[in-house]
Ligand binder design. Structure first.
Ligand code: ZN
Length: 243
């Protein structure tokens, strides 16, 4: 087997949600070796991490070349993140808007922490490309999802680790409907169906009710956003404008 260079390999921040599942497919379509990393930080929707197995199995079954590209799966425990943040993602409190226009689901600096740990892991694994589902379009006001934040962090990581990482955020300018469309372009109806069935988005970690857009409470901001995006996507697919 020939060695795969750092430039042909990618590490995907893979939580098991719709966005990161789409990012994983995006990376599988581009890189010869793709590893994934998920973070356990005391989130209430820990079930999200359990969806990863079904998604990876499904993607491997969908396209044989993707199966050959899938590499190691990593899970990193960062319990400290919950310790330093009083948020509705890590505590049993209601989701609401807080001061400064940020919802109380905001975990300060979460994506900075995730990307820094991902870069440290990529460094050790000899991987240059790091892929994350950060998105400025639908973002709930999270400043660590902004394109400028990611670009600045890319510079800081390169300087601080003396490497030339490339942080990719393929969803940065897409809304949720366009993210479904991208999944259709990458893996056809099979991939869209897989993501609907197995990805997890709901902040409350509920998988009770099955909606046309997947499982979830249907009420929390994450469910509302996913449902709204699905309706737009499904309507355009009906009209033959999307796959
Ligand atoms: Zn929900």
């Amino acid at each position: 087997m020939t060695a795969i260079s750092a430039d042909q390999s990618a590490l995907v921040l893979f939580s098991g949600g719709q966005d990161s599942a789409t990012c994983l497919a995006w990376a599988l379509a581009r890189f010869a070796r793709v590893e994934t990393v998920g973070f356990s930080y005391g989130q209430r929707h820990l079930i999200e991490l359990e969806s990863r197995d079904a998604l990876i199995r499904g993607m491997a079954a969908l396209q044989p070349e993707w199966a050959a590209r899938l590499g190691e799966r990593h899970t990193l425990d960062i319990p400290t993140l919950a310790e330093v943040s009083e948020t509705a993602l890590t505590r049993d409190i209601a989701i609401e808007m807080g001061e400064g226009g940020l919802p109380n689901t905001f975990v300060p600096g979460r994506n900075l922490v995730f990307l820094t740990f991902a870069a440290a892991l990529a460094y050790r694994r000899g991987i240059r490309h790091i892929v994350g589902g950060m998105c400025e379009t639908d973002f709930s006001g999270y400043p660590d999802c902004r394109n400028d934040t990611i670009k600045a962090l890319n510079v800081a990581l390169d300087l601080g680790m003396a490497r030339a990482f490339e942080l990719h955020t393929p969803l940065m300018w897409l809304d949720k409907a366009a993210t479904w469309t991208l999944a259709g372009e990458l893996g056809g109806r099979g991939l869209v169906d897989l993501i609907v069935e197995h990805s997890h988005t709901c902040y409350l970690g509920e998988r009770g009710a099955r909606h046309d857009w997947g499982y979830g409470c249907g009420q929390c901001p994450a469910c509302s956003l996913r449902a709204r995006g699905w309706r737009v996507y499904a309507a355009s697919r009906e009209n033959g404008r999307a796959q």
